[in-house]
Design a protein around this ligand. Structure first.
Ligand code: ZN
Ligand code: ZN
Length: 148
């Protein structure tokens, strides 16, 4: 039987580690998806289902319910989470035409889409770990490089 009798406990020097808690995920503003933008929606869904698409922290993206628009989201800013610059619909409210009817198809005004895209660019700059990583810039096809 082994014993650690007498094993000294040394006094802390004030350098105590913080309580154990998973460090918050950190996003890398320069991270991109590992593959070029898929050319079809089906291929995109395959990659998503296979866990091959990542957020800025490198974690696999998963679809979840969007509380703003009741569709699914992978973490990009939902236009409905912002007020609309065109029809002034409040966050969470659908866009309205001047007639008071909803915009056809439940869509949102282009300015609201643009506001969400701008919000995503700011989130990317700030390394928001929950933002889906953007697609890499299109690569020049090798055949074109060979011309030079
Ligand atoms: Zn949404
Ligand atoms: Zn609107």
């Amino acid at each position: 039987m082994t014993s650690t009798h007498g094993a000294g406990h040394h006094d802390d020097t004030g350098d105590t580690p913080a309580p154990t808690e998973a460090p918050p995920a950190r996003g890398d503003p320069d991270r991109t998806q590992a593959m070029p933008r898929p050319r079809t929606q089906n291929r995109y869904r395959e990659l998503l289902a296979a866990g091959r698409l990542v957020d800025l922290a490198g974690r696999a993206l998963t679809e979840r319910h969007c509380p703003w628009c009741n569709a699914t989201t992978i973490g990009a800013t939902c236009p409905l989470s912002l007020p609309c610059p065109t029809c002034h619909a409040a966050a969470g409210r659908h866009c309205r035409r001047p007639s008071g009817h909803q915009v056809y198809g439940g869509g949102v005004h282009a300015s609201r889409e643009a506001a969400a895209a701008t919000a995503d660019r700011i989130r990317q700059r700030d390394g928001d770990p929950d933002l889906p990583a953007p697609w890499p810039p299109d690569l020049v096809p090798a055949a074109q490089l060979a011309l030079f």
